[in-house]
Design a protein around this ligand. Structure first.
Ligand SMILES: C[S@@+](CC[C@H](N)C(=O)[O-])C[C@H]1O[C@@H](n2cnc3c(N)ncnc32)[C@H](O)[C@@H]1O
Length: 300
């Protein structure tokens, strides 16, 4: 089957511009993702794969499908195709250094006293972020499994969550990890296809983590508050209103004395610094202060 090629540049024809607008508006309303017109070739390239897989003729048919009453399932696939899932073990290492040096001494003491410790990796992609957190934690507190500690790892994209849950990675992906971590927290992957270059996470890492599908724009079902929230390299793709809404919701979801970690090109606006005091690069401490209320804040 021949599938219409993506347009050579973002100017495209009127029809292509309309198709792009349909896809971009679904990305915005369903997942908060802002896709600028210059990304049109990327969008068409990604939906072309879906068009082929579904046996459709062209982007026009694809747009009709996602707009139609039967389109809900494909809209989820579309969001999965449009999200950027780049991640890595110990990515933005300074956060894990800060965690080890400045947070874990107190957090592990509280955990040993029997306190409930909750950590959230919001937008966890294929898993290296929550697994890295679990490794640093287990390094500082080898008995973590005997304490009331859980890491919740969520993402909108069911496909990356499957990879995260499988916890199986190529040797190249483990390169940022110190040798000691590789030896202690990974084992050769089982399965006849493995040529010695695939490794799976140790059961104790899995035990600490729960993976769940969650759209950050939707209501959050979690009841308690978190000691640590990692939401790194996620909100950068959201519009300003969605970001402001999320800052308010994170203030409600983070314990006083807890920390919020953002990605390298994300910053909390100044108005939020009363509630989330900057304490290190893209690292914020939740104070007892009430955060500003954003007019678009929805109930969570
Ligand atoms: C670039 S990855 C970041 C992964 C990890 N936090 C890191 O920094 O290595 C961004 C992740 O955010 C997820 N994401 C995008 N929009 C989302 C939404 N509305 N709700 C939840 N997750 C979302 C994507 O599926 C993707 O896996």
């Amino acid at each position: 089957m021949t599938v219409a090629h993506p347009p050579p540049n973002h100017e495209g024809t009127t029809r292509e511009r309309r198709q792009f607008e349909i896809i971009a508006s679904i990305a915005r309303t369903d997942a908060g993702l802002m896709i600028p017109p210059e990304k049109a070739p990327m969008v068409f390239a990604r939906i072309t794969k879906r068009i082929r897989r579904l046996g459709l003729a062209d982007p026009e048919e694809y747009c009709a499908l996602v707009l139609g009453s039967e389109g809900a399932t494909e809209r989820r696939q579309l969001i999965s195709a449009l999200t950027t899932n780049v991640t890595g073990f110990l990515r933005e290492r300074h956060h894990f250094d800060f965690l080890r040096q400045n947070i874990l001494p107190d957090l592990t003491t509280r955990a040993k006293r029997g306190e409930r410790i909750r950590i959230w990796s919001a937008g966890c992609s294929s898993g290296p972020e929550p697994y890295s957190t679990a490794m640093v934690l287990l390094d500082a507190l080898p008995d973590a499994l005997d304490c009331d500690i859980r890491i919740l790892a969520t993402d909108i994209d069911a496909q990356v969550l499957e990879v995260a849950q499988a916890g199986c990675y190529g040797i190249g992906q483990l390169a940022p990890l110190p040798d000691g971590y590789r030896k202690r927290f990974f084992q050769a992957a089982s399965g006849s296809g493995n040529r010695g270059d695939r490794f799976e996470v140790a059961p104790k890492l899995r035990t600490l983590i729960r993976f769940k599908e969650l759209n950050l724009l939707a209501p959050w079902p979690m009841r308690g508050t978190f000691d640590l929230i990692f939401c790194r390299n996620v909100v950068i793709y959201f519009d300003q209103d969605t970001q402001m809404d999320l800052w308010s919701r994170f203030s409600g979801a983070c314990k006083t004395g807890g920390h919020l970690f953002l990605g390298h090109s994300e910053r909390l606006p100044q108005a939020f610094h009363v509630a989330f005091r900057p304490v290190a690069t893209t690292t914020y401490l939740r104070t007892p202060a009430t955060p500003p209320q954003h007019p678009t804040c929805k109930e969570s």
